[in-house]
Design a protein around this ligand. Structure first.
Ligand code: GDP
Length: 301
């Protein structure tokens, strides 16, 4: 489809800044220690992290030997295959419909692209024919509420919001309204930063408990939005939010920018939470499902 191609182009353009570093490794005449050393530093430079880098290198060397490859370009193809295999377990579609409504809690530190991603996700779900209700549970920042209302408008979906309200109350109201109004999905936007005296993870756990109180089967999904540009710090965020909330999926944003992309390999190796979507721009349609092979090709080809 043309949209898929457009996405791939944006992803490749975004990742090219790093991938040129990796591609250059394969321009020499032979496969030798020097090539592997350069590959190791290029992978580390791309935020792949020590563990995933060692794992990939080991796998590539093994496959190169087994195949009897003699040309660097063959190593590159083997690397593409190895990375695809490493990332494959992260490929998973977001499935709705088992519960009505499906309650999706969305978390992420400020600036990660959480609100934008909720707007895009709303469109994605609406395009699939689902009715969506938004819950503005980040009541700490007026701007967050206003921004979510803009995305609700753009998608012409309903929003439960309350100036100066309490996040728990807004969440409870929204889940209850979602059920009463027969919505397919309730998307709960949560705070990414709190007034300094408050503890973010505590507050998020509280929202999760309120969701459970309003619907004993929920939340059905707990998503974390991470900025693809934050490198190894993204992995730390995945760990911290998973410990606090039990994540079911990730949305990785800004892969159209200067993202290094390798952090997905680090996530696959150290904290394999499925990547439901990747963001490749600021507009409504700039969200795509994650595909391991396409990603490996965009990063390495
Ligand atoms: P929040 O604080 O986590 O809710 O972050 P926002 O949704 O407000 O996004 C922060 C900034 O990142 C905004 O300027 C967005 O337009 C931008 N942004 C979000 N997702 C993407 C993306 O996938 N690509 C690019 N280039 N920018 C993005």
């Amino acid at each position: 489809a043309p949209e898929r191609q457009r996405w791939l182009d944006r992803l490749s353009a975004g990742l090219r800044k790093t991938s040129t570093g990796i591609s250059q490794v394969f321009t020499g005449a032979q496969i030798d220690d020097n090539l592997y050393e350069e590959l190791e530093s290029a992978l580390l430079m791309a935020d792949t992290g020590v563990k995933a880098t060692q794992q990939l290198l080991g796998e590539v060397k093994r496959r190169v030997q087994a195949s009897g490859a003699t040309r660097p370009v063959q190593v590159k193809n083997i690397l593409i295959d190895s990375l695809t295999q490493l990332l494959k377990p992260l490929e998973k579609p977001l499935v709705i419909g088992e519960f009505k409504p499906t309650i999706i809690m969305v978390a992420g530190v400020n600036g990660a692209g959480k609100t934008t991603s909720i707007g895009k996700l709303t469109k994605h779900l609406a395009d699939e024919g689902a009715t969506v209700l938004l819950a503005a549970a980040d009541t700490f920042r007026a701007a967050a509420r206003e921004q979510l209302a803009v995305w609700a408008d753009r998608n012409t979906v309903e929003i439960v919001s309350q100036a100066g309200g309490d996040p728990a109350a807004v969440t409870f109201d929204a889940v209850t309204a979602g059920k009463a109004r027969g919505k397919d999905v309730v998307l709960v936007d949560t705070a990414g930063r709190l007034p300094t005296q408050m503890h973010l993870m505590e507050e998020l756990r509280k929202i999760k408990r309120v969701v459970q109180k309003a619907d004993a089967t929920a939340p059905h999904e707990v998503l974390l939005v991470i900025d693809g540009n934050t490198g190894q710090n993204a992995l730390a965020q995945v760990r911290a939010f998973d410990d606090a909330l039990g994540l079911t999926g990730l949305i990785i944003t800004k892969l159209d920018g200067t993202a290094k992309g390798g952090v997905i390999a680090a996530i696959a190796t150290e904290k394999p939470v499925p990547v439901y979507f990747v963001g490749v721009g600021e507009k409504l349609e700039d969200l795509e499902t994650f595909n391991a092979r396409e990603f490996a090709l965009a990063l390495l080809q």
